[in-house]
Every structure is written in C-alpha cells, then in structure tokens.
Design a binder for this molecule. Structure first.
Ligand SMILES: *[C@@H]1O[C@H](CO)[C@@H](O)[C@H](O)[C@H]1NC(C)=O
Ligand SMILES: *[C@@H]1O[C@H](CO)[C@@H](O)[C@H](O)[C@H]1NC(C)=O
Ligand SMILES: *[C@@H]1O[C@H](CO)[C@@H](O)[C@H](O)[C@H]1NC(C)=O
Ligand SMILES: *[C@@H]1O[C@H](CO)[C@@H](O)[C@H](O)[C@H]1NC(C)=O
Ligand SMILES: *[C@@H]1O[C@H](CO)[C@@H](O)[C@H](O)[C@H]1NC(C)=O
Length: 796
C-alpha cells in the first residue's frame, strides 16, 4: 500500500508541474528547510509574517533562535504571503523557480528557463542566485537584482531598481516610501501615497547645485561598500560613523520613510544606526495637506490633525488639509486684533517668507506681524542660536518629540479656539491599527480539495490498485484542481490575505439557493449561509449592482481592509457576471432592533452598545487613510455578538454604491431610513459625517425610551393631539423640563423599571440631545461622543 501511495504522490507531482521538480523547500518545516550561506551569515527560507502566513525570505542568521524577529533583507512575495500548509518553493526541471501557495497557485517565480542542471546558492554577502551546477556556471537569476527594502554591501542599486519601504515595523508588505533614481539622474526619496506623491529628498525647494549633487552623470548607480561608504553616481556620498571597521552592514529604507545604514559586529544581535539619508526624519512627507500636521508614533500609527482654529476641508481626503474657521484681512491683522497660539514640537517646513537667525521671540513675532501674508511663524532655539521663519503657508507639517521648536499661529484675538491634545488620546482607544495585517486569516476550501484526495486513498487501500482507473481519477482530480487554481489566484491578487473571493455557485450552495432571508438592508437582501468549512455567514446580495467588476473589486478591497472590534467582519465577496455579493460574519443574537423589541437588554448592556457603536463610527469617520460615511445608522444595522458587544453592519455601502457622489460631498439621492435621517438630507445641504452623528443620536433616544423612531408618537397637548417624531417628542419634553433628571424620569423606557443608573442615563440623554441638534455644527463628532460616554463608563 505504501508503495502505491508513493506512486500516487509521484504522479500528482508529475502532472501538477508538468515536469517534476528537481528540488523543493516546504513551508511545513521552516526550521529545517532552509538554505544557509557557507559561513552561515545569511539564511533563506520560509519566514512567518503572520498567523499561518509565510513569505520566502533571506535574513541574517540569528544567534538566539527566535524566528519572529530576524532581520529580513529580502522577500520574494512580501505582498502575497502563502499558507502555512503545503506551500513550497520548487526548482522545476524547466529551470523555473516557483513559489506555490497551498499546493495550487503560483504566487511568485523567477521566470527562468534552462535545460541544464541548476542549483540555488546563497552567498555569504546575502545574494541568492540560481545558477548552472558547475564551476563558474552561468547565473540565471540573482536576488540582488530585485531588492525589496534593503541593500547589502556590494549590491549595486541601478536605474532599474527601487527600494520600497515596508508598511510598519512588523508588517512586511509594501509601504508608501520609495528610493529610486529620478529622471534627473538624482537618487531620490519619494512618498507615493494613495492620493499624493512627492519627492522629499533631496529637498524639493533646493536647486541641484545647492544639494551638492550632480545631475550630469546618467549611469545611475549607487552602492554601499563593505567599509561603510555609500556612493551614488549623482555625487551623493554617505560615510558611516563607523567607516573602515569590519562589520555586518545593511542599508534599509525604513517604514518611516528614512534610509538608514545599520551595522553590527559578527556574533552580536543588536544593530546600531551608523548613518542616515535624512538628517531630520520629521521632514519626510506624509499624507497631511496644508494647515494640518502628522503625528506618528508607535502606539497609534500615523494621524493627521488640523492646527487650532482650522477645519478639515474634505472628510475623505486628508491631502486637501484644513481651512481657517475665521477671517483675517490685512486691515485687521494688527496687534490689537491678533494673537499667536503656540503649538509645541510641531514643524512645518518649506514656504518660508523670510529667515532670521538670532532673533528673539518678540522680534520674530513683530516680523510676522508686519507681513500681511504671514499666517504663522516657526521659532526654534538650537544650541543658543535661534531661528525665525515667518510663513505664508503651512505645508508638510509634522509633530516630533525630537523637534526643539514651535509653530506660532496667527489667530484672531477674540476667537476662542480650543485644541485638545486628547483628540489624540481618543484615537488611541478607537483606531488601533497596530495589528492590522499581522492577523492574516487564510481560508481555503478544504473540503473540495481534500475530498478527491481522501476518496482516492480510501479507494486504493480498499480495492487495491487498478491502474487504468486510477489514471482516470488523477485526471479528474487535476482537472478540478486547475479550476481552483484560477479562482484562488484572482482572490489573492486583489485583497491580500484577509478575505477571499467566492464563486456564485459556492454562495448559492451555502445559502441553499438564497432560501433563508434574514434581513433587507440598504441596497441588498441578506441571507443566512453555511460555508463548506462550516462557518455560518451572512450573505448580502446587492440589488444595485451596475458597477464594473474592477471598480467593485477596488472598493470591496477598501472595505475588506477595515478592521475594528465593533465593525462586522467581512470575509469575502463574489463578483461574477451581474452578481455582486458580500460575505459577512454572522451574529447569532441578531440586531439591536430585535433585542430592544424583545426587552432583552438591561441598562448596562444598553450603555455598552451605545459606547461600542460610537467607537466604531469614530473609527470610520476619523481614520487617517480610509474614510467612510455609514449613512444608515439604525438599530437594524447594529448587530449584537454573544458578549453583547455591538457590531455595526452595512457600513461602506454608501461608498460602494455612491462613490462618485461622495467625492463631491453631495449625494444626488437621499439615503438612509426615515426617522433617522438628519435635516441635511431634507434641505439638500452638504452631507458630512454629522449625518451619522444625528442617526446615532436617534438610536440613543430609542435605547433610552424604548420607543421606535419609525413610529410617530401621539402627543396630547391640552385639547389637541398630534403626531410627532421621537426626536421632537424628547425635545419638547426637554424644553418644558429644565432639570435633566426629571426629563430622564419622564422618557426612560418603562420596561427598565427603576433598574437604571441615573448618572449614566443623564449622560446618555445629554449626548443624544447634542447629537440630534438641527444645526450640524452644533453636533459633536464621534470621538467627542466616545469621550463623553467613556467618562462615565465605569461609574455605577
Ligand atoms: C528560454 O525562453 C526564452 C524566451 O522565451 C527563449 O528565447 C530561450 O530560447 C529559452 N531558453 C531555453 C534554454 O529554453
Ligand atoms: C558616473 O558615475 C560612475 C559611478 O559613480 C563613475 O564610475 C563614472 O566615472 C561617472 N562618470 C562621470 C562622467 O563622471
Ligand atoms: C530577538 O529576540 C531576542 C530575545 O527576545 C533578543 O535577545 C534579540 O536581541 C532580538 N533580535 C533582534 C534582531 O531584534
Ligand atoms: C477682518 O476683516 C474681514 C473683512 O475685511 C472680516 O470679514 C473679518 O470678520 C474681520 N475679522 C476680525 C477678527 O475682525
Ligand atoms: C548668532 O549668534 C551666535 C552666538 O552668539 C553667533 O555665533 C552667530 O554668528 C550669530 N549668527 C548670526 C547670523 O548673526
């Protein structure tokens, strides 16, 4: 029997690869299946980049084995990690080196061909080469020709290459910073973000001669030598602080956009920085537009904030920056009418109207005051010398704890602007993106794949080997497998690892032909489904699916990247022909609406749900990179998990279906549900995130009063009776009863009895009333709501 199994394995390999491979490394033995350089300096193999996710990489061999923190210098497939089961790197007889994901899709290959015997060899300088197996054999491929974010000594960096930073400290996929030779032959650092891109090194406002570079040498090569000298053909040189010593070195474009040279002694673990391109790392371009600045720290990641007295221009796009919420003209920019507000450790660079050394603060202030266009000045003291820069524009702002200076903003004297640092604190609680990509969830259709295999094993052991029949079986298996190959491949290319693409027939099967309808929300009907791996899911079938497939996919992948504990998880999608479906996690406890009507929620649970929902909305509204309006907040769209944590569902459909309109920040058509819609919809005013705040306020009122916002309330006012909305009803009560406490007693849900906490209920009512203000600017934003609710979270 064993021999027949081997025979099968052989056949499968044979057919799968057309020609069997001459050598292969398996992901399942990451500690043994490695290639080490002769002296052991470097190791190549499968490197874990997340849960059950691996990339084929080269790293500095570790002295203390701890496979999670090696210094990786190269990766084959940084944007497409492979499954921890059945993935292999194989050298085929055709001469191609391929990386296969879970046995069936190629995620990377060297695209080489050769009929000669080949070998994969890792040099002690960190270069992995595919070469002919003989002395001085021909080299077909070298990892040195395809750097990721690191250059090693003696590795030439040419016009055909670029270094691309990784996303963050421990997330290896491609980030936004690039090192390359630009068209002027200059080695440059580029921020290439989703909205804007700009070169930030050499400083764009300097002419080439001022940078000490030369744009006349078009050979465009650069190299770090073993002694620690980096030299580029444009005359840029960087001599490391430990130049000349025999050390291990590397030059890395770090995730924060700076290029640093690191060195360490042989036999040591710790790297030290021995040189960097950007002497002032906070000057690196980010994504914050005019009048806003970026704060960036390890705990909260990168965020933009408007300077005090300024408002965000476009909710979706930080690159547009912020605009003043006051007006100053040259006439009223006098000392009597203006004052300067200090923002410590924040720097805006470029756009200086003047520069004065050794000015006192007072002199600098007067200099700015005398210039009509001066809107702020940067003032910095450094080793006893002061620097004064009046500015007409605030661009490229960055907050850095290492920056010993301040920006002083010119503001109207009477205008009260409060700028609270705790905006930042809230964000820490709400939008933690830290482990965003680390938790790669990989799902495969195990059933269908293992099915034929298991069947084959059973067949062979039970009946013995009938070869002819087996050949037929193998063909059948391979034929099925081919189909998988195509399908899965598409899914991964699009969305990375977090979710996948489903076929229409798969979802039809999962929902038993769309038989179990569980809801009917914005733009689609929701069905319960059971996936082949036994996960229960909610599948939403979109009605309004007139989008092109690629457009739909682009938007789905944006939503698929969102990740918040109070946001319903999206596991995949389907776009086939005219079908557009989304696959979400399923919540057994149903929606807030169900729970309210069945009186299942005590007071503590209601408060928890209010807070969780607010946190989720704050995340959707105020996140730096993604921005999404919900536009249909109502109890039906707030689902409850087994711990009574809320999960907001149906998010992002506004984006999916109405993106073009969102870009103009006006909608051609009303969205949302009657009873929850902000007045802006009715009066055709610009739509901002405050529409969600309004709907959220209505939901709070429902949770407090137990009354539905969709049903009008009959009010008896002396003689007259009339119908009123929930909001008007509470507002009227509020007008009559000055004391919050007596208001609360009048409106509270009678099913709660006396079983509630007065302080929390007052807070909730106060927040709800603020959220449903007619005037959108009077409503708080969601992070302020979170803050207000959190203050009383642990009171009781
Ligand atoms: C490899 O492929 C290239 C282009 O497809 C072809 O020109 C070349 O002859 C092939 N070499 C071998 C050894 O098959
Ligand atoms: C251009 O740069 C290369 C590499 O630094 C150097 O070898 C070459 O001499 C330079 N050419 C000129 C004309 O300066
Ligand atoms: C890896 O972790 C070990 C133990 O935690 C530590 O001693 C070592 O310095 C780390 N290595 C690197 C390169 O960070
Ligand atoms: C300054 O003058 C402009 C128009 O000249 C006016 O709109 C604005 O309100 C004035 N600002 C202050 C603070 O007085
Ligand atoms: C500023 O003051 C320092 C120390 O007093 C002096 O060395 C420097 O030359 C001055 N710079 C200018 C531009 O006056």
């Amino acid at each position: 029997m064993a021999s027949s199994l081997n025979f099968f394995t052989f056949l499968i390999l044979f057919f799968h690869f057309q020609h069997s491979s001459s050598f292969s490394l398996s992901v399942e033995k990451p500690e043994q299946d490695i290639i080490m350089s002769p002296k052991g300096t470097f190791t190549a193999g499968f490197y874990s980049v997340g849960e059950n996710a691996y990339s084929f990489a080269i790293w500095f061999t570790q002295i203390h084995k701890n496979l999670n923190n090696a210094t990786v210098v190269w990766m084959a497939n940084r944007d497409q990690p492979v499954n921890g089961k059945r993935s292999t790197l194989s050298l085929l007889k055709t001469g191609n080196l391929v990386l296969t994901d879970a046995g069936h899709s190629n995620v990377w290959s060297t695209n080489t061909n050769s009929s000669k015997p080949l070998e994969l060899f890792l040099y002690d300088i960190g270069n992995l080469v595919l070469r002919e197996r003989k002395t001085n054999g021909f080299i077909l491929w070298r990892s040195f020709d395809f750097p990721t974010d690191t250059l090693l000594p003696d590795q030439s960096f040419t016009r055909y290459m670029k270094l691309v930073s990784s996303k963050s400290d421990n997330v290896y996929s491609s980030g936004f910073y690039k090192l390359l030779f630009n068209n002027d032959n200059l080695l440059s650092l580029l921020y290439d973000g989703p909205q804007v891109s700009s070169i930030y090194w050499p400083y764009p406002w300097l002419v080439t001669s001022e940078t000490g570079r030369s744009s006349y040498n078009s050979s465009r090569v650069a190299k770090l030598d073993v002694w620690g000298n980096f030299r580029s053909s444009d005359d840029f040189t960087l001599k490391t602080s430990d130049y000349g010593a025999v050390l291990l070195r590397r030059l890395t474009l770090d995730f924060d956009g700076n290029v640093r040279v690191y060195s360490r002694k042989h036999g040591q673990e710790k790297w030290s920085i021995s040189g960097q391109f950007h002497q002032q790392p906070f000057k690196i371009h980010g994504i914050c537009g005019p009048n806003s600045f970026c704060i960036n720290n390890a705990r909260i990641g990168r965020k933009c904030l408007c300077v005090p007295g300024f408002r965000r221009i476009h909710n979706q796009d930080w690159s547009q920056g912020c605009k003043p919420s006051f007006q100053l003209s040259c006439n009223n920019k006098t000392e009597l009418e203006t004052r300067f507000q200090r923002l410590s450790r924040v720097q805006f660079y470029g756009y200086d109207d003047d520069y004065q050394a050794n000015y006192t603060y007072k002199q600098c202030k007067h200099l700015c005051m005398r210039m009509c266009q001066c809107i702020a000045f940067q003032y910095r003291l450094d080793l006893g010398v002061s620097y004064c820069y009046p500015k007409s524009q605030l661009q490229n702002g960055f907050s850095s704890p290492n920056f010993q200076g301040s920006i002083f903003l010119r503001l109207p004297k009477r205008k009260h602007v409060h700028f609270h640092e705790n905006v930042v604190k809230n964000d820490i609680l709400d939008c933690s993106r830290n482990n965003e990509v680390k938790q790669l969830r990989r799902s495969y259709v195990e059933d269908e794949e293992n099915g034929p295999m298991k069947f084959m094993l059973w067949f062979t052991s039970g009946l013995g080997v009938i070869e002819a029949l087996c050949f037929f079986m193998i063909w059948w298996f391979l034929f099925k497998n081919k189909k998988h190959f195509v399908r899965d491949n598409q899914g991964y290319v699009l969305a990375g690892a977090r979710f996948r693409k489903f076929t229409y027939s798969e979802l039809k099967l999962a929902t038993k032909c769309f038989s179990q309808e569980i809801g009917n929300g914005a733009g689609g009907t929701v069905y319960r489904g059971l996936l082949s791996d036994n996960r229960v899911v909610a599948i939403k079938r979109l009605h309004e699916a007139n989008k092109g497939e690629s457009e739909f996919l682009a938007e789905v992948s944006v939503i698929g990247r969102l990740n918040h504990m109070n946001l319903i998880g999206m596991w995949g999608y389907c776009a086939e022909g005219k079908h557009r479906l989304l696959v979400f996690e399923y919540m057994e406890k149903g929606s807030l609406a169900d729970n309210l009507s069945s009186n299942a929620l005590n007071w503590g649970k209601r408060y928890k749900i209010a807070l969780g929902t607010a946190k989720c909305l704050a995340y959707l509204h105020e996140e730096c990179l993604e921005w999404i309006l919900h536009c249909d907040i109502k109890p039906q769209n707030i689902l409850i998990d087994s711990n009574y944590q809320p999960k907001v569902a149906d998010f992002g459909l506004s984006k999916l279906l109405q993106r073009n309109n969102l870009d103009n920040s006006s909608f051609s058509r009303m969205r949302g549900t009657r009873g929850y819609m902000a007045p802006e919809w009715i009066f055709n005013l610009p739509i901002t995130s405050k529409v969600d705040v309004y709907s959220y306020g209505v939901v709070l009122l429902e949770m407090i009063t137990g009354k539905s916002a969709m049903i009008s309330i009959l009010i008896t006012d002396g003689e007259k009776t009339h119908n009123e909305s929930l909001v008007t009803w509470v507002r009227e009560k509020r007008r009559k009863l000055l004391e919050m406490k007596s208001l609360v007693e009048q409106i509270v849900d009678p099913t709660l009895g006396s079983n509630y906490d007065m302080v929390k209920l007052e807070t909730l009512t106060m927040v709800a009333l603020k959220c449903v203000e007619e005037e959108k600017d009077m409503r708080p934003n969601m992070s302020e709501v979170v803050e207000m609710l959190q203050t009383h979270e642990h009171d009781s």
